[in-house]
Ligand binder design. Sequence first.
Ligand SMILES: [Ca+2]
Ligand SMILES: [Ca+2]
Length: 473
Amino acid sequence: MRVTGLAIFVLAGLSAGAGWADPPSASVRPPVRPGAPGAETPGPTAPGIVAAEVQSVQSLAATRLAQLEVPSSLRPSPRGTAAAPAAPVTEVEPHAQARASDAGFARWIEGFRARARNAGISDATFSQAFSGIQLNTRVLDRDRNQSEFTRALWDYLDSAVSDTRVRNGREALQQHGSALDGIERRYRVEAEVVAAIWGLESAYGHMRGDTNIIEAMATLAYDGRRRDFFEEQLIAALRILQAGDVDARHMTGSWAGAMGHTQFMPTSFLSFAQDANGDGRRDIWSDNPVDALASTANYLAEHGWTYGQPWGMEVVLPRGFDFSQSGERVKRPVSHWNAAGVRLTNGQPIPDHGRASILLPAGAAGVPLVIFDNFHVIERYNPADAYVIAVGHLSDRIAGAGPFRAGWPRGDRALSFAERQELQRRLTAAGFPPGNVDGIIGPNTIDAVRRYQAAQGLVPDGYASLAVLERLR
Ligand SMILES: [Ca+2]
Ligand SMILES: [Ca+2]
């Protein structure tokens, strides 16, 4: 979980066929995201975790980067709502530039010290936390070089819910079974769901990130593109140090501020972290994952998790299904969908877990899902539909379920950021305004696509595909 307040996630875009940002080059690390381990080097590849998984986590992280800014999410948003193009990196002689920045950074730290004091941070805490801290140029590089390329949902799911990650999840569940059982009983959140988040956020603890959080948050706050957000995270990080949960040297995470096994931003930590083993510290960083897992369960519980309710289920739509009724904004009692002929893949009616929506993350040619309220609880961790589907599906796979039955339109490619903006501009020009031209395929854009498709006599599945863009051209 991350921080309250963040968010962008790349994933979000996916939901409608947009994609995730690819890892900027094969570079080592995921961009910001909260979810990902932000270390510069992939964490130790522990026995049992295959390199492929590590790699995929990195991609994942990268993926998450950017698409929506959802205020209530935990994660920080890497790029800011506007997904502004990265600032051009000035071509200045590197050493001279670094020296000038360092002087400015030192002055900024002194100014920030007064603001921290006003927020209740003692001089002792501050001095200890900032001892040895320097402007971290790798953090700035990551922040400025987030890719505009996107991955298709199915490519993302291939790595997020790979056989390796499923297998490692089952092993993790066995190894930490009694702790996870205790967490499930106490917080009323299924162990498989907690394990799935752990698997996506840090490859079950193998990629927690090794960037000094004070240094990363101070660097990003000083940089100024999202100063208020990162100053808030920095103050929260100082509060954590002052409370004694961890010392500055061990408070590490991703370059974007996500910490520990399940990648909490500092503000999320303050609101939701738990001391599950009773040693007096909420330690989400150490090798023992129990505090982090309990913190994640607590986060979901506090955001309204309903025990026993699925996140979603794959369904089969009847011939003649009214696609204008799809999308997460249309919530109906399960009885409505059953009466309309929607069925589970085994032919049974949908079980009654409350009001539900029919979600078509890749349009009529992809996997159709019925989603329940818990889907939206996972969105509080990361608002991207793709992330939510990955967590939900991974949890089902860990629990023993098989892969999705329906396929994906694998011949399609994801739209780039520029193409998503073009799609939004062209929808507006055609009389179907999607709201902001922000490159984020959210519910407004999906609705606009749906209305355009209906007017054109196409299947109104809301899928923001290249075919729709080409037709608009
Ligand atoms: Ca503890
Ligand atoms: Ca959504």
